[in-house]
Design a protein around this ligand. Structure first.
Ligand code: ADP
Ligand code: MG
Length: 227
């Protein structure tokens, strides 16, 4: 027992070092003093002379783009072309080197981040799911939503059929990162989450690219319902 315990302590302390490294990492993207609180999205998202690089080489050069409210804009281009990077600049996951990203004419660097991001729903290739029930994964971050709203969101996302087939329905635990579900099912849970949030700005980054044709069709239909 003693040798086992010493083993556990060693493992724990190694993990602690790694966790501390993350907790202590410096936050480079922060709210400026007296940020603007965004309550709604009214006009447009604008990229004005935006250039961005991760390291030395520029990924985006002098991008100018206006996306008006109500419009659907698709970015098409080769892998590594910078599509995800451009999308990531809208919720300010990175700060631009030159130029500005504006929401309704306000620089995202001047916006209060939580209020700005709460206007957005994001569905990517990798769905961010947690070791919890289907219901809690759909309502993640939205504790005030009712059962009825959650069911409605699952229906819009084309997820109802497979949820009803599980033994515990909405109470089914989906495993670490949703490992007990298929790729298409995970995507539809993510879409249900976006539907429930009903955001003004919806960012989809290859939401269907890892799926087979029939799952893709279902997810595509779900996305159309959402929009
Ligand atoms: P796309 O989504 O169009 O395939 P990305 O925006 O993911 O393209 O990538 C654009 C370029 O930026 C690529 O050359 C890629 O290697 C680089 N890149 C993407 N993410 C990072 C990162 N976190 N750190 C460094 N370079 C990155
Ligand atoms: Mg990409």
């Amino acid at each position: 027992a003693i040798s086992n315990a010493s083993n556990l302590v060693k493992r724990g302390s190694a993990s602690l070092d790694r966790i501390e490294e993350i907790l202590a990492a410096e936050e480079t993207i922060t709210n400026k003093p007296n940020p603007v609180i965004l309550k709604e999205f009214n006009k447009s998202i604008e990229f004005r002379n935006v250039s961005f690089r991760y390291k030395e080489e520029y990924v985006l050069h002098n991008i100018n783009l206006i996306i008006e409210k109500g419009k659907t804009v698709a970015l098409v281009g080769p892998s590594g072309g910078g599509k995800s990077t451009l999308a990531d600049l809208i919720p300010r996951f990175y700060d631009v080197m030159e130029g500005e990203v504006l929401i309704d004419g306000i620089n995202v660097k001047d916006c209060e981040m939580h209020s700005m991001r709460s206007l957005m729903g994001i569905v990517t290739q990798e769905s961010l799911l947690f070791n919890d029930t289907i219901k809690n994964n759909i309502a993640f971050g939205m504790p005030d939503k009712t059962e009825e709203e959650i069911i409605q969101a699952a229906r819009t996302a084309n997820a109802m059929e497979f949820i009803e087939q599980t033994v515990d329905g909405f109470e089914t635990n989906i495993g670490e990162r949703g490992s007990k579900l298929s790729g298409g099912q995970r995507q539809r849970i993510s879409i249900a989450r976006a539907v429930l949030k009903n955001p003004d700005i919806l960012i989809l980054d290859e939401a269907t690219s890892s799926l087979d044709t029939s799952s893709e069709r279902q997810v595509q239909d779900a996305l159309e319902n959402l929009m």
